[in-house]
Design a protein around this ligand. Sequence first.
Ligand code: PLP
Length: 429
Amino acid sequence: MRFDKSKKHFEDALAAMPGGVSSPVRAYRAVGGHPLFIRRGRGSKLYDEDGNGFIDYVMSWGALVLGHADPSVVRAIRAAAGRGTSYGAPTSQETKLCRLISAAIPSIERLRLVNSGTEATMSAIRLSRGFTGRDKIIKFEGCYHGHSDGLLVRAGSGAMTCGVPDSAGVPRGIADETIVCPYNDVDSIASIIRKRHREIACVIVEPVCANMGVVLPRDGFLAALRELTAAHGIVLIFDEVITGFRLTYGGAQKLYNVSPDLTCLGKIIGGGLPIGAYGGRAEIMERLSPAGPVYQAGTLSGNPIAVNSGLAALKELAHLDYRALDERTQLLCDGMVEGMKREGVGFTLNRAGSMFTLFSTSSEVTDYQGAKRADTAAYARYFWSMLKKGINLPPSQFEANFLSFKHSRNDIKQTISSHNAALRFAATK
Ligand SMILES: *Cc1c(COP(=O)(O)O)cnc(C)c1O
């Protein structure tokens, strides 16, 4: 497999854009070499500028649960674009999208549309502060909530991949407002809340973490967060930017039966177009401007093309069988595990529904410290070996693989056979 054209495009990009990319993890720093430049996608497949085809498990970082270029989403986008690209005025489709989302996620009584997941979490934090009159926030080590200042503290994902757990340029004063707790550790957060609850506006968490690789909440972890926050008037925020409409039609809160005060969404709800949203209890949401004193605005928020794309995606998802998607993912994981056991390769596989991470470590991974034990050099070898066999995995150990409803049995078979060949390759290294 040749990557000559991608290499040339990357050299051009490096002279025009910092690191040659619009978002850091795309630059392949964690696996070496240069990234693929993409020409098009369709269903489960991605095609690069050199004409190579890949079965894709990045799926735009989880956004494309319907696969690339889903026909009904593309049709909706074309139709919307023909009616104008932005009005700066309300449309009835925004209300429709918000209603669809509230019906699927009942804890959301009111919803505000924004343009990215980052905007959703950043705004939900401000709203929590405005609502409680407190300044401190609690997040968990290895959870990623976008790149706003106060949330870029031990943030997993790209920050973890690029070896910068805390970004330069974040004022000390802002970082100091963020308290970080280990994921899955109820005792540690309970003790902090006991001592400092009068200062704490909110607790923000990925209910299933996907940004240090997939890490599942321990039994009772989310329920304990609900109880602790409710007892002290602290706003509980579930960041479901990845898990929303991924783990169920709804989100992780439906699966685990825990209702947060606020929920952040993004990725899937735009059908692949830039969008974000945050919503929850009416009493809190009605504090937002113009109803209340907490300001947040957006020139392109509720953009008609993104909203119609999201509407088409959610309408289609409402009729699809998530259990079948989970079973297909299980089939893939079972096949991969079988190969590794046969070859005696140490690993830990974490799966939640249609997302999973294969960690290059034999010790279990339940938090950030555990994830960091993974052998990233081994992952890089595995990544390239898979890529050359036509399988596009995330270019970092600390990301999730995503299946879509378009991944076929045949895709799974082909992936398992590439995986087995990649293991033999890694073993001979
Ligand atoms: C991707 C992601 C974000 C940020 O969303 P952007 O659209 O990239 O700004 C926030 N939270 C979680 C859990 C995410 O996975």
